[in-house]
Write a protein that binds this ligand. Structure first.
Ligand SMILES: [Zn+2]
Length: 398
């Protein structure tokens, strides 16, 4: 299902469902990263899908929430260290990875940790319908609760690596230690919680050295938070970028022998203007809300669950109202076009909306009443545009 790389070089024309630039599942997506590293470490069953990478004996993945490829490239003066690594991105090709659809944290973290695309790991959105209850479920906060092991039954790459004798560890915020998302996406080996970025970098370096073969994950959240609140060009956002650039350098300078550090992100971001033209309000639009039982996803990546029998009417109406501002697909069309990966597990099928809408322009489909907080965000993400979909894969070796 992977698209040729040239799909990213121009806006696809004409506008159809299949012209959406689908993530490079199987060769250059976030889900391919850990399996490639684990294959290099000799973990059984893993495939080196990103052929350009040559993993080391000790590998660390540093995931910077919300730092897309395009935003990094637009701010070289705020991120001198990472900018110096752009030529080493994706195994020296100087190219980015694709996040996966939707380009949102819960989906991407599950793709990273399980090494599986969204259609298989089963976290295909920020909020999705739980077919067992008929209610929306927030995948990031895991609310309302559902049994994690049934929701995402596959082992993580960390668990498989740990079983194969590789030293596996995650160094992140203590608040994530026992969350269901960590359990289904990022567990296996040792979880170490540290509050500050500096402590996490120092500990990640120690953990790399703790095994002859190691697989370490670490994480920084605040670039994403600053982008949501203030926008990707704000002083606050740029301050966070400067700070995380120094964190990357701090870790790079402490790498033990035979190590590789891979710096990546879960998605990029795009600022959306505050006017009615760019922020279409579902809660105020009787046409868009007709026949809709549940509105899931987020402003740039919607799952629309229709009342029984209304799916076709909702699809027709959404296409008419949203025009060329969104790629609008039926569930079957989105699945066939490979938005969620080359394969969809049976249990995941009905978590996907009857209609799926992905923003193409700098627009949002907000819901001012049911989602007041999300509807007020400056920076947003979720869709398949390069600003959201492309993420760095920078490399430093010791
Ligand atoms: Zn975010």
């Amino acid at each position: 299902m992977a698209q040729p790389n040239t799909a990213w070089d121009h806006h696809p024309e004409p506008l159809t469902v299949t012209s959406a630039p689908v993530p490079e599942y199987g060769s250059g997506s976030l889900a391919d990263l850990l399996p490639t590293l684990a294959a290099g470490l000799g973990v059984p069953g893993m495939t080196a899908a990103i052929s350009e990478l040559a993993p080391a004996d000790r590998n660390c993945v540093f995931l910077i929430d919300g730092l897309g490829w395009e935003q990094l490239r637009a701010h070289p003066e705020d991120a001198p260290f990472m900018t110096s690594l752009l030529a080493t991105s994706r195994g020296g090709t100087g190219r980015p990875l694709t996040a996966g659809y939707p380009a949102t944290t819960a989906t991407s973290l599950a793709s990273v940790g399980t090494g599986l695309p969204p259609g298989v790991h089963g976290l295909p959105g920020y909020t999705v319908r739980n077919p067992d209850t008929g209610e929306l479920m927030n995948q990031l906060r895991w609310q309302p609760w559902a049994p994690p092991g049934a929701w995402q039954p596959y082992p993580t790459v960390f668990q498989l690596a740990h079983k194969a004798g590789v030293h596996a560890a995650q160094v992140s915020s203590p608040t994530f230690e026992s969350t269901p998302l960590t359990k289904v996406a990022l567990s296996g080996g040792t979880f170490l919680g540290r509050l500050t970025g500096e402590d996490r970098m120092d500990l990640a370096a120690e953990q790399l050295a703790a095994g002859d073969r190691s697989l370490v994950y670490t994480y920084f959240a605040e670039v994403d938070g600053a982008g949501h609140r203030f926008g990707v060009d704000s002083d606050t956002w740029r301050g966070q970028l400067m700070y995380v650039d120094r964190l990357v350098q701090r870790l790079a300078e402490q790498l033990p022998p035979r190590s590789a550090l891979y710096v990546t992100a879960d998605h990029g971001m795009i600022d959306v203007p505050f006017d009615e033209e760019h922020r279409i309000d579902f809660d105020e639009d009787w046409e868009l809300s007709a026949g809709v039982a549940l509105l899931g996803g987020e402003g740039r990546a919607r799952h629309v669950y229709a009342v029984p029998g209304a799916a076709n009417d909702v699809l027709t109406c959404w296409r008419e109202v949203l025009g060329e501002q969104f790629w609008v697909a039926s569930r079957d069309e989105a699945i066939a076009a490979g938005w969620f990966g080359p394969k969809i597990d049976e249990r995941v099928h009905s978590r996907i909306g009857d209609v799926v809408a992905a923003a193409r322009d700098d627009v949002l489909l907000i819901a001012s009443e049911r989602e007041p907080k999300e509807s007020a965000m400056v920076g947003n993400h979720g869709s398949m545009t390069p600003a959201e979909q492309l993420v760095p894969l920078l490399e430093v070796r010791s």
